[in-house]
Design a protein around this ligand. Sequence first.
Ligand code: C2O
Ligand code: CU
Length: 468
Amino acid sequence: MVSRRGFMAGLAGAAMLPRVLGDSRAWAAAPSAPLVLNAAETTLTLPGCQRPTTLWTYGDAWPAEIRLKRGEMAHLLLRNQLKDHTAIHWHGLRVPHAMDGVPYVTQDPVKHGEEFMYSFAPPDPGTFFFHPHCNTVEALGRGLAGALIVEDPREDGLFDLDRTLVVKDWRVAGDGSYLSFMTDRGAARAGTFGTRRSVNGATAPVITAPPGARVRLRLLNVDTSRIMTLGAAGAPVSIVATDGNACPPFTLDGWRLGPAMRADLALVMPVRPGSRVEIRDTWGQEPFPLAVLVAEGSPGTADRRALALPKAELPRPDLKTAEFLTLSLQAGVSDPALDSWLKENRFGDDALCRAERLFWAINNKAWPAMDMDKRPPPLAELTPGRSYVVEIANHTQHPHPIHLHGHTFQVLSSSRGPIRAHWADTVLVAPDERVRIAFVAGQPGDWMLHCHIIEHQETGMMGYIRVG
Ligand code: C2O
Ligand code: CU
C-alpha cells in the first residue's frame, strides 16, 4: 500500500488527482497548485430510498474529503456551479479573517459561475470540515459539507489505518425526494430531524482492518440537528482528539457529539480473525450502529505503544489575567426594533442570508440579516493576544452546540459538575447549564459565534465578537 507520504510526494508538480480512500473520497494537491473544489450537484441513493437523491457536494462524490499539511500554504479554489451564491467556511481552522468564508462579513458571496481562491496555511493538525454560511439549512440539508484533514508529520506511523466517518441525516422520502428542510416547530425547538440516518452516505459502513491493527477513526457530526452519545462494543475505544485537537486518551463511552463536533477515536483491533468492533450512538433507546470494523487479513505486528496523539500546540489562555465575559442564550426575540426591521425588510434583495423568523437570541441580540448596516453590534470587543474566560449560560429548554469562528478554546468547567477540560471550537451547552470556556483572542476581525443547530443559527442565535 502506498503510504500517504509517498502519495503526496508523488504528486509534486502534478495539478490535482482524485483518489478514492476507502469509504470516502479525497483529493490532494501539490504544494502550490490550487486544489479545485467544485460546488456542484451529484446523485446518491440514500439508505432506505428506492431512487437516487440529488445532493450538493464539493467535487463529484459525497462526502468530499481533502487533506492538507500543517503549516503548508494551501490554495483552494471554490468554483460555484450551484444556482445560489455560496462561500466556504473552514470550520475550526484558525485561518486569517479574510479566508473565513462568511458572506458580507469576510467576503462577497460567490455567485453562480464565479470562483474564489482561499489561501492559508493551516496552523493546527486535526479533523475539521468545511461548509457554506448562508442558506445553510438548505445547503447542509442537501449535503454541502466536506471533511478536512490536516496532517502533521509528528503523527506519521502512529496508526495502521485512518478512516473518516461523516455522520449526517437526510430529510428525504422513500422516492429520494426532499422534505422541507426547515419547520417552525423544529426551528423553535430542538431542530428538524432527518428521516434517514447515514454515515458516509450509507448505513453503518463496514471497515476491514488487520487483526491487531491500530485504527484511527475520524468521526464528524455534520448533521444540522442531531446530538449523539458515543459508545462501542467489541473492543475498548478511546477519544484521542476533540474537535480535531489532541487530548490525553479517555474512553468514548458517554461522550456527546453535537452538530459540527468531531471526535478522533483510537483502538487496537482484536487479534481473532472475524472479530467485530461496533461504534455506536447510544442516545436513543436502541443503540444505533455508526460503523462496524471487522478483523481480517494477516495480523499486524503487535504494537504496544500507547494510542495517543502528540500534544496539541495551541495558544494557552492565561486564566489569572483573563477578562471575564458572559453570553446568555435566550429563546424569543427581545429587541422589538430588530423584529420590526425584519418584518419590513423580509423581501429585501438577499433572502438567502437572512432569517425569516426569529426564535432565538444571544445577549438580547438576534441576527436578522447579513446586511452590514443592519446587523447588531458585536457581542463583545476583544484585544488581540489577550486571554478571555467566557461563561455561556443556556436560558432555554434546548441544548445548543455553540461555535466560535477562528479560535480554538479550552472548555474549562460546567455548572452541572466536574467535566473533562478539553480543546474545542464547538461546545454543547445543556438547558440551564453554564459552561466556561477560555481562549486567547486571535487575529483582528469580526468572528461569528453561533449555535450549530442550523435552524437556531438562522432564526437568531448568531452574533459575533470583534477582535482588534
Ligand atoms: Cu461550522 Cu459558522 O460554522
Ligand atoms: Cu441552538
